[in-house]
Ligand binder design. Structure first.
Ligand SMILES: [Fe+2]
Ligand SMILES: [Fe+2]
Length: 332
């Protein structure tokens, strides 16, 4: 299969590959999963650490904009649902940090890179959640875009990542439905509630489109990642699928997609739409989004506030070891 891909920067042709690299690529082409202790090219390991690490960071930073609304959810039921959803995201982070650790990187190291700004998380979480309808829009659009990205990753070539994705995707579809359910209530509510739903849609539409990453022509890592089946579809393919899925859902809600160029295209059988403002995307990625400082500050504070607890666990483990050693000594 890989021979069909256009050779681009960073992708090796068969002649340039070592025998190990050829054997590795052939396993991937046959659809075999690569497992932690098996041989893999250094680039494959590094790309996966970056991708899985960023993904893990996105899950835990993603708890922040929604956690912000747990105390203000309008009913007890909504509060319980939101609490469960935010807890799910913590669990996703943990599966993914564990998957990254199988590649020989420590969780402490990944967190250190997040806290020092040397590793990124999804740009979407640097936008604020200003009203209750935003929680609906986040579930519907943000988790919806996440599912679109993650469903193909269930077939990714790295075993631990692929298995983590299978569990995560089951929970993500519940997240999207709870978001859409909030939007249905708001859109069918009072004129003020419907206006809140439209306002949330207006603010989250383009940031959600940005979640698929830059346009294919500006995407640096695509060709090699696709050859290794770390990535299954291109950014633009997934973005198009997301738009095609979401437009009828917005129409059902009676909401307007904030894009004058949105138009059904008979020829392609898909929706034409405007690209997001990529200069905004790159500014947010570089740390200049509306909430970057607040989000990173919250993560660093949580890490620092948890130090006494980590120290306590280590001290307890040491004492337990010493006790076990003493008991063994006495028995001999
Ligand atoms: Fe998640
Ligand atoms: Fe989610």
């Amino acid at each position: 299969m890989y021979a069909q891909l256009v050779k681009s920067e960073g992708t090796k042709s068969r002649e340039e590959m070592s025998p190990e690299e050829i054997a590795f690529q052939e396993r991937i082409d046959r659809g075999e999963k690569i497992e932690p202790k098996e041989w893999m090219p250094e680039g494959y390991r590094k790309t996966l650490i970056r991708q899985i690490g960023q993904h893990a960071h996105s899950e835990i930073v993603g708890q922040l904009p929604e956690g912000n609304w747990i105390t203000r959810a309008p009913t007890l039921e909504r509060k319980a649902i939101l609490l469960a959803k935010v807890q799910d995201e913590a669990g996703h982070g943990l599966y993914l940090y564990s998957a990254a650790e199988t590649l020989g990187v420590s969780r402490d190291d990944l967190l250190d890179k997040l806290h020092s700004g040397n590793m990124k998380y999804s740009s979407i979480f640097n936008y604020p959640t200003l009203n209750w309808a935003d929680i609906g829009a986040v579930g519907w659009l943000v988790d919806g875009a996440a599912i679109m990205n993650q469903v193909p990753l269930q077939r990714t070539s790295y075993g631990p990542y692929s298995r983590a994705m299978i569990r995560i995707c089951k929970e993500e579809s519940f997240h999207q439905r709870q978001g859409y359910d909030i939007m249905m209530k708001m859109a069918a509510g009072t004129p003020e509630q419907k206006a809140m739903a439209q306002d949330a849609m207006n603010r989250f539409w383009y940031p959600a489109l940005m979640m698929f990453g830059p346009s294919d022509k500006d995407s640096v890592h695509s060709a090699q990642s696709m050859q290794w089946k770390i990535k299954i579809n291109t950014n633009d393919e997934l973005r198009q699928k997301f738009v095609d899925q979401t437009v009828p859902q917005a129409h059902y809600l009676g909401l307007t997609i904030p894009d004058e160029n949105l138009k059904w295209n008979e020829e392609t059988g898909a929706w034409d739409f405007s690209e997001p403002d990529w200069s905004e995307f790159f500014a947010v990625i570089a740390g200049n989004g509306p909430c970057n400082e607040e989000r990173l500050g919250a993560r660093v504070k949580a890490w620092e506030d948890g130090e006494w607890f980590r120290d306590g666990l280590m001290a307890h483990a040491k004492k337990a070891d010493a006790r076990r050693a003493a008991a063994k000594h006495a028995a001999e």
